[in-house]
Design a protein. Structure first.
Length: 202
């Protein structure tokens, strides 16, 4: 499981949903070590055994090599787990390469996969085909979300409001003195021109 922006409560909801679904089908949770709550803070503790959680990880282009997802795949290859459960397909994979690689592995080893509370047997070609389709729609959701974010950023920039991304060249943001972090607009920044070797025109 994973979620961006460090939203621990959202991850907890996902964990609870998966635990409920797993219990409903009588699956036993693996005894593999649980993921750390915060990899940067050992004192934060860990999730229960068998929990692989990537929190605050951007994975639209693939999982980082040190992610819990890759630890999960390593444990699958080692035979430590025989079934994988997630709330949704996009909690497992979000690009073609990972979908193909993961499903090939699961198919070879006969791994069961539970998504949205529905179990799939990767030894059954029809079940694998359904999981592949879930991967297609997961990628579509990610692509559409990216379009919405880009359009919203464009609209904010067009309206003179701050948007995600780099500061427009040659400008700097103007903030309100009265309201913390209230963006008022852009103003020319001659110092940046000097740094870039750009001469100001009279």
């Amino acid at each position: 499981m994973k979620h961006g922006k460090g939203d621990e409560s959202a991850v907890t909801r996902q964990v609870n949903d998966v635990v409920r679904d797993v219990a409903r089908f009588g699956w036993a949770v693996a005894a593999t070590p649980g993921a750390p709550h915060d990899p940067k803070d050992p004192a934060a503790g860990c999730w229960p055994p068998g929990h692989y959680v990537d929190n605050d990880v951007r994975i639209s282009r693939g999982h980082p090599k040190k992610s819990q997802f890759h630890r999960l795949l390593a444990d699958v290859r080692a035979g430590a787990i025989t079934a994988v459960a997630a709330t949704q397909g996009d909690r497992l994979w979000r690009n073609r390469a990972e979908t193909a690689e993961t499903l090939d592995l699961f198919e070879d080893l006969g791994i069961w996969v539970m998504v949205n509370g529905q179990p799939y047997n990767c030894k059954d070609p029809s079940h694998v085909a359904m999981l592949e389709q879930l991967g297609v729609f997961s990628r579509l959701d990610v692509a559409r979300m990216g379009q919405r974010i880009d359009r919203a950023a464009y609209d904010r920039a067009k309206a003179g409001k701050i948007s995600n991304g780099p500061v427009p060249f040659g400008n700097k943001p103007v903030w309100s003195d009265d309201t913390p972090r209230k963006f008022l607009g852009w103003q020319p920044d001659p110092e940046s021109w000097d740094r870039m070797g750009v001469a100001a025109k009279e």
